[in-house]
Design a binder for this molecule. Sequence first.
Ligand code: PPE
Length: 307
Amino acid sequence: MAIPKSEFIWFDGALVPWDEAKVHVLSHVLHYGTSIFEGIRAYQTPAGPAILGLKAHVKRFFNSGKIINMPIPFTPEQVSQAIIETVAKNKHNACYIRPLAFRGYEVLGVDPRACPVQLIIATWEWGAYLGADALEKGVDVGVSSWRRMAPDTHPSMAKAGGNYINSQMVVMEAKRHGYAEGIVLDVQGYVSEGSGENIFVVLDGVIFTPPRGNSILTGITRQFAITLAEEKGYKVVEQQIPREMLYIADEVFFTGTAAEITPVKSIDGNVIGSGSRGPITEEIQSDFFAIITGEVPDRHGWLTPVK
Ligand code: PPE
């Protein structure tokens, strides 16, 4: 489905009409994937729209820029304010927010440094990422034949445009096989993540997730899930996960801004647990949704009101 248009896109310091936010075809980013981005959501709460994890996302955005040597020509405070302004001016109750910094038009050739760094912030309304039933019923997924990029190749901790060729190969293969999503192993064969989600595995009451060293993007939602699980008294262990641990897991779930907290009901045709959303997944999920929709107090300060 085409992106549902909003009124404005914030572009290099000002809001411009959606259809006018354009770049030159010789912009460096188009040729070499020279961009960093974020995916953020704003949720509808009784007090108006609120942005989830704004501070953490803006911090990761600047860290991504630092990692790939793309200095963002605004301060974190300016970017945060611009995000709030864009959501407000587009009059969303709830939306997905996409800040993107990229190298623009000046020179071509691999070395990007002479090209200006430009910044856009777009917002649109985006529903459940992995399908309407996914949050409740779970999704069928498969392990990809592709591997996540090795740690000394692409920087997985940077949310950089170029990294997403890997994710695209993973998700296209998964869909070709009839799955909703793919799980990708790292270069050593340990579980890394989904094409656009982090992964958690529940086995014998303990919750496992791959650490930074397994070529993951360090997800903001991943950290929210860890916080909520620990608060409930669960032990969360960051450790290398062999593929077969997925098959014998009691529960598996994905976390991500777009995917939120989505249960996995089968992997490579192996039914996970009872083949539907598991009880620990449900507990963390309902806690998460209660906070982000303002049903219970925002005890961790995760929400930023838009107005
Ligand atoms: N791993 C990858 C590779 C990834 O792209 C995401 C987010 C995550 C983990 C989870 O990170 P976080 O959102 O901070 O919890 N993927 C974004 C892009 C999805 C897209 O299709 O574009 C997202 O969820 O917004």
